[in-house]
Ligand binder design. Structure first.
Ligand code: SF4
Ligand code: SF4
Length: 499
């Protein structure tokens, strides 16, 4: 007996339905079927994940998906969601799995921060008429004084990433997302003058041509890591943690390890790709330093190294240690960061908000006099140009976007990537689904999104009387909190509105 009532209902307007069966063809979850004897469509609501594919494709707008109004008896403690989760686990005996970012109702601090604008004095700048610099360089800004053979002082600059705008596409592996999605991200990064990130799945041979805009990842499973992979990249990222699942490893099921995915990861077809929770050679900052310098050594000290960590309770101390490992950048991933698959309870209950992590790490590194040794990249639900402006004013050098990039490509956030049956062709390896994502269109949509954000960022900076990202960075006076308590304001390092 199945105790779980469907979460969504497929509502079909039969007077509009022309029984074209497009919905049946498009739903990989087999929700729709044609009843020949009655010449009508019917639905299996149980299987619907509310991805909107059929709704969008239906030529007569005959469909909508509604949240079921079937309820349990009211109980503030035992909510319907909790009861259904228990039913599921009592039935399966398994861990609850989810994907994308934490959807729970925790405070979103970006929504409680407001941006300043100039009035009368310190006039605003019109970005249409005056230059506005959004270009940034990422990497260590501190340099040791180096002398040449004649004893003359020469300044050594560590390798830097050069970005036209402080936004990068965050790590999403080939395997968790499709070939076409990967290609779209790579091409868009190249066009925009920014970077995309391979994630832990290796770099498909077809994408070496985008290597100048590629960050390659070295994660605990070391899948697809080899010399050419490292040397091809513009930068190397060591993944120590991920916001969606801090403290645990990754698992890409064997069903997704097929063909090119298996070759690129350098593991046999059908075998599960299990990344261990820790790197088995890293148990201290000294160990991390060894890996940082091994990667630098392997690439002739020409590639900056990023260390990615999840935003957790003691993130400031961890970041301080990471600086001492010799990393050129730290990527901090907040607890709303997305994933292709994670245990639901980890995703929804572990970690801390990126806004608090960023502000406290920036302060700690400044207090220790080591802020210039690294660039800070932050991710974990950056949703808009205003989130970016706020993140930079809180101290970030750059942001990573993942979910926003997937949404730009067509993701409808049904949060069912782990099934591998993404009806939009993004988080799937099923050939018939992959081909639904047209890389030329998805690429253009990504370029459009970032170009639109660039305009908005320039407008916001101009409004503040600021003409470069560099002047905005860490400029917390440009921010005010609303509805935040003293502790929150103190961690964020901002005044309350009205002060
Ligand atoms: S796509 Fe729309 S019109 Fe076609 S069968 Fe489905 S509901 Fe009917
Ligand atoms: S899973 Fe998606 S395509 Fe299938 S019925 Fe639900 S909304 Fe439509």
């Amino acid at each position: 007996m199945n105790y779980i009532y469907p979460e969504y209902e497929v509502v079909r307007n039969h007077s509009r339905c022309i029984t074209c069966r497009a919905c049946e063809n498009q739903c990989a979850n087999n929700v729709h079927s044609y009843v020949e004897c009655e010449n009508r469509m019917e639905s299996n609501d149980d299987a619907c994940v509310n991805c909107h594919r059929c709704v969008t494709i239906c030529p007569t707008r005959a469909l909508k998906i509604a949240k079921t109004d079937h309820v349990f008896r009211e109980n503030a403690n035992w909510t319907g969601k909790t009861i259904n989760e228990i039913y599921k686990q009592a039935q399966s005996g398994g861990v609850l799995l989810s994907s994308m970012g934490n959807p729970e109702n925790y405070p979103v601090y970006f929504d409680k921060i407001l941006i300043n604008a100039s009035q009368v004095t310190n006039p605003s700048i019109d970005p249409l008429r005056e230059p506005m610099e959004t270009r940034v360089f990422l990497g260590s800004k501190s340099h040791d004084i180096v002398r040449d053979a004649a004893g003359k002082i020469v300044t050594e600059t560590t390798p830097q990433l050069d970005l036209s705008i402080p936004v990068m596409f965050s790590a999403m592996s080939y395997g968790s997302i499709s070939y076409n999605a990967h290609e779209s991200l790579a091409k868009a990064a190249q066009k925009l003058g920014i970077y995309y990130n391979t994630g832990e799945g290796g770099l498909h041979e077809d994408f070496y041509k985008y290597s100048k805009n590629t960050i390659v990842q070295v994660a605990s499973g070391r899948f697809g890591v080899h010399k050419d992979y490292l040397t091809a990249a513009a930068a190397i990222e060591i993944k120590m943690g991920q916001g969606a699942k801090p403290g645990i490893g990754g698992h890409l099921p064997g069903t997704k390890i097929i063909g090119d995915v298996s070759r690129t990861r350098m593991i046999p077809e059908g075998s599960d790709a299990i990344s261990p929770a820790p790197h088995h050679d890293i148990y201290s900052i000294e160990d991390l330093r060894q890996l940082v310098f091994s990667l630098k050594e392997a690439t002739d000290y020409k590639k900056p190294v990023i260390v990615k960590i999840a935003a957790v309770h003691n993130v400031t101390a961890i970041a301080s240690g990471v600086v001492r490992s010799g990393a050129d950048m730290i990527a901090i991933d907040g607890f709303r960061g997305g994933t292709g698959a994670a245990p639901t309870k980890i995703r929804d209950n572990v970690g801390i908000p990126i806004e608090l992590a960023l502000a406290s790490v920036d302060k700690r590194l400044r207090d220790e006099g080591i802020r210039d040794k690294v660039s800070l990249i932050v991710g974990g639900s950056i949703r808009s140009s205003s989130d970016i402006v706020k993140a930079i004013a809180l101290g970030a050098d750059c942001v990573y976007i993942g979910s926003a990039a997937l949404i730009a490509m067509g993701c409808h956030l049904c949060r069912n990537c782990q099934s591998g049956k993404c009806n939009w062709g993004i988080a799937t390896q099923m050939p018939e689904l992959v081909k639904r994502l047209n890389p030329a269109i998805a690429y253009q949509r990504l370029v459009n999104l970032i170009s639109a954000w660039r305009h908005e960022i320039k407008e916001m900076m101009g409004g503040m009387g600021i003409n470069s990202i560099e002047s905005l960075k860490g400029n917390r006076l440009m921010l005010r909190g609303v509805g935040l308590n003293e502790k929150e304001l103190s961690i964020l390092g901002i005044y309350h509105a009205g002060e």
